[in-house]
Write a protein of this length. Structure first.
Length: 108
């Protein structure tokens, strides 16, 4: 075999290994999101917890799942997505500040 063929086979093998690892990470993340969803449904369905616990818990679960969505399924962990990540996280920060301001204003 020539060096070119060996080099191409090596690159293909490396690419397949990286694809396999990425798919495994996405499947684990997807499974974790399903588990988090089931936990949220269980907390609501059990009807044994006070609403003062359930509502903040559901918001926390939603924030965690949105983070998983951004990081894994929108590929914000990859190189070259800096501007998209900046815009998304900036929008999340602006939404948080807006909600915090509205809560403070309505609380007074």
């Amino acid at each position: 075999m020539t060096d070119t063929k060996v080099n191409n086979m090596s690159k293909e093998s490396f690419r397949r290994q990286k694809s396999r690892e990425e798919m495994q990470k996405q499947l684990i993340s997807f499974g974790l999101m399903i588990v988090l969803t089931l936990v949220a449904f269980a907390v609501v369905a059990m009807d044994t917890f006070h609403k003062g616990f359930v509502i903040p818990f559901l918001f926390l679960m939603a924030i965690v799942q949105a983070g998983f969505q951004f990081y894994y399924f929108m590929h914000l962990k990859e190189r070259g997505t800096g501007m998209a990540a900046l815009l998304i996280y900036g929008g999340v920060w602006a939404a948080f500040l807006t909600l915090a301001g509205l809560i403070v204003i309505s609380w007074w």
